[in-house]
Design a protein around this ligand. Sequence first.
Ligand code: VG1
Ligand code: CO
Length: 586
Amino acid sequence: LKVSTLKTAPIDGQKPGTSGLRKKTAVFTEGKYLHNFVQATFDALRSTGADLECQTLLIGGDGRYYNDVAINIITKIALANGVRRVWVAKDGLASTPAVSALIREGGPQWKKVFGAFILTASHNPGGPNEDFGIKYNCENGGPAPEKLTNAIYKNTTTITSIKMCAECPDVDPSVLGETVIEARDGSRRVSVEVVDGVAAHVDLLRTVFDLGAIKALLDRPDFSICFDAMHGVTGPYAKALFCDVLGQPASCLINAVPKDDFGGHHADPNLTYAVDLTKKMGVDRLGQPVGSSQGVPSLGAASDGDGDRNMILGTQFFVTPSDSLAILAAHADCIPFFAAQGGIKAVARSMPTSGAVDRVAQAKNLALFETPTGWKFFGNLMDSKALFGGTDYTPFLCGEESFGTGSDHVREKDGLWAVLAWLQILAAHNAPGKPLVTVESIVKDHWATYGRNYYCRYDYEGVDKPKAQAMFAAMTSATSSNTGRVVQGSKIATADVFEYLDPVDGSISKNQGIRFLMEDGSRVIFRLSGTAGSGATVRMYIEKYVPPTGALHEVCANVVGDLVKAALELSSLVKFTGMESPTVIT
Ligand code: VG1
Ligand code: CO
C-alpha cells in the first residue's frame, strides 16, 4: 500500500451546486480535476471528525461515460487517505436513492458507511461531449449540507497535493465480492468490496410497501403499466422490481438497458424529453390527450439518469409533480410504511413547488415546511427528533416541482418509490371485481376537494451568465417598488428574495429565488439553476390557484397565460437574455 503524493494546484470553479459538482466531461477528465475535488472532500471530512480509518466509503454512479475510470481514481485516493474499506456498486451502477439506502443499511461498527461519492450529473446528458458530475453524501444517506460543501470548496482553492495509492490494482466492478489488499510490511489491511446496489434498494422498498396488494392490482386484466428507464441507471432496478418480484412481463419496461450516453438523450422524465413514454401514454408535450385511448397503459412512469426523479402519467393524462406530492400526502395512509407509524405527521416542499400540498397539510393538520430548492434541506428536517418534540423520527413526505418525491425511508428523492406509492394508492382504491378507478379520477377527485394549483415552469437554458445575473440584480433592487404594483391584472402583495432559516441547525440560506406573491394567491418565481454544467439556466415558475368551485379542467397554458405575460414584464427577460422563448416548458 504505497501512498504517493502527487503535486497539484487549485482549479477554479469547483463549488458544488444544488446537487454536487457538474461540468462538461472534458473538464473532469482534464489533469487532476477529479483528484482535486476528491482530495478536498477527504480534507474537509477529516476536519468534521469522520471515522475514515474504521468505516466504509461507498462509490457508485449512474453509469455515464467516465463512471468506471472515476471509480478507480476515487478508490485509490480513498485508500491513501486512510479509508479502511471501500464498497463499489456492482458494475459501478447505483441509483441515487439506492446509494442512500446502502449508506443507511451499512452495518455495525466497522461495516458502517460514513459516506458515499455518487458519480452523476442526474438528468443532464452524458458522454464525452456532455456532462459528468460528482456528489458527496453523508452518513445519514443524504446530500452533504452546505456547511460541508462550502468546506470542500474552500479546500479546492488552496489544495497543493493529493494522496493516492496509484499502484493498487484496479478492481473489476462486474464481480461481486471482496478484495483484501495488505501492505507489504503487514502494517495495514484494507478491502475493496463490490456490492449489489439493486438488491439493497429493492429489499428496502419491500419493507415500505405491501407488494402483494400491488401485484394484485398489476395482475388485473384491465390494468397495465409502462416504465421508461430512459437508459439511465434504473433499468436493472425496475427489472428486479416489476419483473422478478412483481411478476410482470419484460415488455412493461422501455429503455431499460443503462447506456453511458443515455442513448444520446436527456434522461429527464418530463413531457419534453420522455417522448417514448408520452407516445405510449397518448399525451402531447403539454400533457393533453392525443390519438385513441385504446391499448394505452393505466399507469406510465419514467425516471432520470440517476433514478431519483419520477414522472407519473395515467391513460392519456399527465400528473404534475406538485399535484403528485399533494395527492401522495392526501392518501399517505394507504402506504404501510406510514400507516405503521401512525400516519405522516409532516410534509415539506421546495419554495417553487406549488402550494397544492399546503392545502392537504392544512386539512390534515400536518406540519408544513417550505425549503430552498435541493434535497439536502429536507434531510435535516427528517433527521430531527427535537423539531416535533418527540423521541422518535417523524414520518415525512417531501417533494419538488422538478419531478422529485420521496419520504424518510431514505434521504434522497426516490423515483421507484414514487411509482410504487402511486400503485399502492391505486391498489387501495381498486377493490377486486369493481370497475377500475384510474389515475385521472384520483387526480380529479383531489381537485374537486382541494382546488387546483395550475402550474408550469419555463426553463431558459444556455443563457449568458452575466446577462442572467444582471436580470436578477435588476429584479432584486426593484423588490420594494414592485410591491403593490398591478401587472397584467395581478396585484403584487409581496415581492421579495426568498431566504431560509433552517429550524434544526439555525443556518440561513440567502438568495434562494425571487418571489412575486400576488394578492389572489398566484405566484411568479425566478431562480438561477444550480445544476447547469455550463452557462446559466433561468427558471421561471408560474402558479395560479383555482378553488373547488372554479374551472378545474382547463388547459393549464390558457389559465396561466396572463401570469406568464406578467412574469416576462416584471423580469424584462427577453430584453436581458435575448431569449424569445423558453428551451423547455414543464
Ligand atoms: C434542479 C431542480 C431541483 C433538484 C435538482 C437536483 O436544480 O430544480 O429541484 O433538486 O435539480 O435534481 P436547479 O438548481 O437546477 O434548479 V437531480 O435529479 O439533479 O438529482
Ligand atoms: Co436526478
